[in-house]
Design a protein around this ligand. Structure first.
Ligand SMILES: [Zn+2]
Length: 281
């Protein structure tokens, strides 16, 4: 049994709000506690009722997914699971992490890895699929009994994921989308937005969307030397102004990926204000 509780933190970034999922009936795993809001905590407690919450799993350590972990943990003593790359994020400066939406207070009890299986006494099973890109510690969870794939921010419903270097990596992100091709789940349950009924069509759309962006960037750079911001102005038509800084970061992630493949160059170090060009143009 899988249930969704939508947190009341809707915004341009979080869409209708962060989704918290509960798996199980008498023994429960909670996926992504969500933001630290009293009403959300109450909704989670009401949904759990008399059942036993034994596991808290997070798809990645962005604050809108993890902030409530501590409060729930206080009530239940459940074990908190996150991918082991969560530890390597800690090597970055705290201010940079905070600025990028990473939860600096998040504490995990048990690290998980690709293909690990988390089981309950009541018979449900959750398989870990490491999907770095949006963040290095990002994982999807396959709830095998329900033929459901919980995709966190790797695949959202209603918007595409922001990839913000240095924490986000476009090369990894596209590889992680390809990793989900050919899987057998029948529904995707994203971290934001409602369920997606045709997983493989959605995954294909996401890959094509990124390849299309890549092509737009390359053609804009043919014969021109441009900054990520100038590229956003050229490419992202009709984008609401508050989303422009995020689009600029995603364009930078594309540029770094294209540089690694020798298709784009810059005259300085790659950063948000550098200028980029096509060496082959
Ligand atoms: Zn996120």
């Amino acid at each position: 049994m899988l249930r969704r509780i939508v947190a009341p933190n809707s915004s341009l970034m979080t869409l209708t709000g962060t989704n918290t999922y509960l798996i199980g009936q008498s023994e429960i795993a909670l996926i992504d506690p969500g933001p630290n809001l009293k009403s959300h905590l109450h909704a989670i407690r009401a949904a759990i009722g008399d059942a036993r919450l034994t596991k808290i799993l997070v798809t990645h350590s962005h604050i809108d997914h993890t902030e409530l972990t501590h409060e729930i943990k206080k009530l239940t003593d459940a074990t908190v699971y996150a991918h082991h790359k969560q530890r390597s994020l800690l090597s970055y400066d705290e201010q940079d992490r905070r600025g990028s939406g990473i939860d600096p207070t998040f504490v995990c009890d048990k690290f998980i890895d690709d293909d690990d299986i988390i089981q309950s006494d009541e018979g449900w099973e959750i398989r870990v699929i490491w999907t770095p890109g949006h963040l290095e510690d990002h994982v999807c969870f396959s709830f095998t009994n329900g033929r459901a794939l919980l995709t966190g921010d790797h695949i959202m419903n209603g918007s595409t994921s922001v990839i913000s270097p240095p924490f986000g990596n476009m090369t990894d992100f596209i590889a992680s989308l390809k990793k989900l091709q050919g899987r057998g789940e029948s529904v995707l349950y994203p971290g934001h937005g409602g369920p997606i009924d045709d997983p493989q069509a959605m995954i294909q759309f996401q890959i094509e969307h990124r390849l299309e962006r890549e092509e737009q960037i390359l053609s804009a750079l043919r014969g021109h030397t441009l900054s990520p911001q100038e590229l956003v102005t050229k490419i992202y038509i009709d984008l609401p102004p508050p989303l422009k800084p995020l689009a600029t970061k995603t364009v930078l992630a594309h540029l770094i990926d294209l540089m690694n493949r020798g298709l784009v160059k810059t005259t300085t170090m790659p950063h948000l204000h550098a200028k980029y060009f096509c060496p082959l143009a």
